[in-house]
Design a protein around this ligand. Structure first.
Ligand code: ADP
Length: 436
């Protein structure tokens, strides 16, 4: 039996991995104890928690697959007693399989509402802390409309319309209305009244405006009775209060950390480049994995890196990185192909992470979204308890290692997964200080 001993308060279904962590982080900050699982859990939960966030990888799948995965997650969460379900998507509202222009958010929402017997829900990707705001139903990224932001050129999920009512209406069988800022500004009772009005008029969904955390906190109480909430991670700051919870250090408590420390970085984003430079500037040991050397003999390149790390680990954190400047990355991609270069380096960094853990590393920072996915898989991690935030969007997590990796140093691993542009320049050193 994989179900928790105590019924869950909140059950969340996230359409990608780093998005799940982002949501879990917000729930923990608002007072919930949370475990994030990688896919639908097959094993008992490692901790007694208030919420489970099931991380799927359904954002860019064909809609039927995204629906099937989401329904499987829903069934598990319902069996675990979840009182409310949260469908978490990206704060830029993108979700799409290449040959299906409509997107997955609508089909998944429809399926979850049908399964829950839910006749009304809301949709808002607003995440003001991350400069995603919704006004009059239009989504802004920073100071520009979604359709004028970098998302218009996204390689997998381009967004060319910022009007969320229109975008969602094209994806769902239900009628989509709007709860605009004039209503949200008047507070939860006004939102409740507007929801009742929309429901009476035959609307099944409403996009909700929010331009600040205060808006989200005003909205929160009005969502208490909805079986399903669909949103980015922003709304999460307001939900734990509906269950009588408030921010507390206990929510973020993890087992004590010990063991050796390392950073593995495969992100080539600007913030990560700065973080690699800052780590090197502290004088700590750092080794660059050369992509072309990896291409010619991956196993030897990884082994050389591990042999380099072994005698240094006892003296404090080491860094193994493939992080490189855009022109270097392009040169490698031109030579190997974009996809192949990415998979090659993800595989090498994941093998390095595994080797480091086998060498006794129990405090591990991974930089890069895709790189994180590859490392978590290579480490056989099925669930992570979410701890305190290091920098916005990036918490320390605690995972149990399988028997094959647990030898010697024990089976508990503290791991922080930092996607691309997250984190301050000193992230790679401050993360370990935060754990001390
Ligand atoms: P981010 O979160 O910054 O986007 P990701 O890990 O998601 O980071 O993506 C970075 C991608 O770049 C990965 O597929 C990784 O394997 C690849 N990569 C890393 N280093 C190099 C390199 N030196 N040359 C080419 N590709 C690289």
């Amino acid at each position: 039996m994989s179900q928790p001993a105590k019924p869950l308060l909140l059950g969340a279904i996230a359409d990608d991995f780093t998005g799940a962590t982002d949501l879990a982080n917000n729930l923990v900050r608002a007072g919930m104890r949370v475990v994030q699982t990688i896919g639908v859990p097959a094993e008992p939960l490692a901790a007694d928690v208030d919420a489970v966030v099931v991380a799927l990888k359904s954002r860019t799948n064909p809609p039927a697959e995204a629906v099937a995965q989401s329904l499987a997650a829903l069934r598990w969460l319902q069996d675990a007693g979840a009182r409310q379900i949260y469908f978490k998507y990206c704060s830029t509202f993108d979700s799409r399989f290449a040959s299906e222009p409509r997107g997955n958010i609508g089909p998944v929402t429809d399926a979850l509402m049908d399964a829950l017997g839910c006749d009304f829900s809301i949709a808002t990707p607003a995440f003001p802390d991350n400069q995603r705001t919704v006004f009059k139903g239009y989504l802004f990224v920073g100071d520009v409309l979604l359709s004028e932001s970098g998302m218009k050129d996204h390689p997998l999920t381009p967004m060319t319309d910022a009007n969320l009512v229109r975008v969602l209406q094209a994806q769902t069988r239900r009628r989509v209305g709007l709860i605009d800022h004039t209503v949200v500004a008047r507070g939860a009772d006004a939102v409740r009244a507007r929801m009742a009005e929309l429901r009476a008029q035959g609307f099944g969904l409403a996009v909700v405006d929010a331009v600040s955390n205060d808006d989200l906190l005003r909205l929160g109480p009005a969502l208490a009775d909805l079986p399903l909430v669909t949103a980015g991670s922003g709304v999460a700051i307001a939900l734990p209060a509906n269950f009588g919870l408030s921010p507390s250090p206990q929510a973020a408590a993890l087992p004590a950390a010990s063991g050796l420390a390392a950073v593995v970085s495969g992100s080539c984003s600007q913030a990560t480049q700065q973080q690699v430079r800052a780590f090197i500037d502290t004088g700590r040991p750092a080794l660059a994995l050369d992509a072309l050397a990896v291409a010619s003999d991956p196993a030897s390149a990884v082994q050389r890196a591990l042999d380099w790390a072994a005698p240094r680990l006892a003296d404090g954190p080491v860094l193994i990185y493939s992080t490189a400047a855009p022109e270097q990355v392009r040169a490698v991609q031109d030579r190997l192909g974009v996809q192949a270069a990415g998979e090659l380096m993800e595989g090498a960094l994941a093998a390095a992470a595994r080797g480091l853990v086998q060498a006794g590393v129990r405090r591990l920072v991974v930089a890069g979204g895709e790189t994180s996915g590859a490392c978590v898989q290579a480490l056989g991690i099925a669930q992570m308890q979410i701890g305190a935030q290091i920098d916005p969007g990036v918490p320390w997590c605690h995972a149990r290692l399988g028997a094959a990796l647990a030898a010697g140093q024990g089976d508990g691993l503290h791991i922080a997964l930092k996607s691309g542009n997250f984190g301050a320049p000193d992230f790679f050193t401050k993360a370990f200080e935060a754990l001390a």
